[in-house]
Design a protein around this ligand. Structure first.
Ligand code: DAH
Length: 382
């Protein structure tokens, strides 16, 4: 029997193969080898080696067999060699196809294993943020006013002096403007350079929205306006160049001073608890007449001014009352700016400083912490 190794490099005559049986036996040996090698294929590079070795066009075993066994064989053997060679070719092709298929299946299984989702693994924990305390207090106050029929409107933080001052009955050179020094925007001159640009400023209070609301809506009007306001204050524990207010405005044909104090009292009791008392003192704002300052009996010492363990209450400094916010009946002069008939309508307005209220209620002694974004502070109010 010729050696299986290099048999395909020789002719049949050189191998001494002369009978159909010997031809069949020779091919059977090759087939055996191919079968064995095919079973070892487990990776694509081995597959490629196998394919090139057996059916590679240039010097694959199949080509060698055709060149060395078939072509030079004796005419009487040629027919049988051709036939067996054909079967062998088909067999090899089947081996190659099968190996390719097995590899594909294996790759698919590996991908499945890689991508399998293990539902028993712990999930990714994404830390969720929370509302800033100021936002929470806004919400709390909005909810209280929603419950008595107010709705929320918001307005621009960049205002004209007209809305921020004049239409609120604060003419130029009025002394209250000194308390509301703010930031003016530096604007380019108009394109024709003939007119000076309208000055714009960062609003010093949410009150301009009283005007904007009344310009748009006929009475009855019942709105609150949460928002940011700005002043040129030097930062300290109670001052910041930016802070927050909620403006309130109610105007109708029959609103009295009693409606006004009743509404404020309702709000204060909802916010600080039913046991607090309210009082108002006369005050002055150009856009309200009369104007008042609302106080609440100190919710921390129960309005006694004394600390629980003796000494004076640290919140009200022994005064028993805490100043809350300014308010008043809308000054009839303001109605003139919005085409309301001052003889037919009346109403009240108030402006609540949110930062101050939040500091009071949650025992915070420095307004700056609201703006520093220190998570150690923020996490205390999830
Ligand atoms: N706008 C005032 C301020 O920022 C606060 C205020 C007072 C608003 C009385 C009002 C009001 O609506 O009636 O100082």
């Amino acid at each position: 029997m010729p050696s299986a190794e290099n048999s395909t490099e020789k002719t049949l005559a050189e191998l001494g193969v002369r009978t159909p049986e010997a031809v069949s036996a020779l091919f059977a040996g090759l087939r055996e080898r191919a079968n064995k090698e095919q079973r070892w294929i487990d990776q694509s590079d081995k597959f490629e080696q196998f394919r090139v070795k057996w059916v590679g066009r240039k010097s694959g075993i199949l080509t060698q067999v055709t060149e060395n066994w078939l072509k030079p064989s004796d005419p009487e053997l040629k027919r049988i060699v051709g036939q067996v060679l054909n079967e062998f070719r088909t067999h090899l092709q089947r081996l190659v196809d099968q190996a390719q298929q097995d590899l594909d299946v294996r790759a698919g299984q590996a991908a499945d294993a890689r991508e399998r989702i293990d539902l028993s693994l712990p999930g990714v924990i994404r830390p969720t943020g929370s509302h800033h305390l100021i936002r929470q207090v806004f919400q709390e106050i909005e909810d209280i006013f929603f419950s008595i029929g107010f709705s929320v409107v918001e307005g621009p933080e960049i205002e004209t002096p007209y809305y921020n001052f004049e239409a609120l009955n604060i003419p130029e050179f009025h002394p209250v403007r000194d308390d509301m020094d703010t930031f003016y925007l530096e604007l380019p001159p108009s394109s024709d350079k003939k007119t000076a640009p309208t000055p714009l400023l960062l609003r010093t209070h949410t009150s301009p929205m009283q005007i904007r609301t009344m310009e748009k809506h006929k009475p009855p009007v019942r709105v609150i306006v949460p928002g940011k306001v700005y002043r040129r204050d030097n930062p300290d524990a109670t001052h910041s160049f930016a802070f927050h207010q909620i403006e309130g405005l109610a105007v109708d044909t029959d609103i009295t001073f009693c409606d006004f104090t009743g509404t404020i009292e309702y709000f204060v009791k909802q916010f600080f608890g039913p046991s607090v008392k309210t009082r108002f003192r006369p005050s002055y704002f150009p856009f309200t007449e009369p104007s008042v300052e609302f106080d609440v009996s100190c919710p921390f010492c129960g309005g006694t001014g004394a600390a629980a363990g003796g000494g004076t209450c640290s919140k009200c400094k022994g005064a028993a009352w805490i100043e809350l916010f300014g308010a008043g009946m809308v000054d009839p002069a303001v109605y003139g700016f919005v085409n309301y008939d001052a003889k037919k309508v009346s109403g009240f307005a108030f402006g609540i400083g949110i930062d101050r209220l939040a500091m009071l209620k949650y025992g915070i002694d420095d307004i700056q912490v609201f703006f520093q974004n220190d998570v150690r502070f923020l996490r205390q109010f999830p």
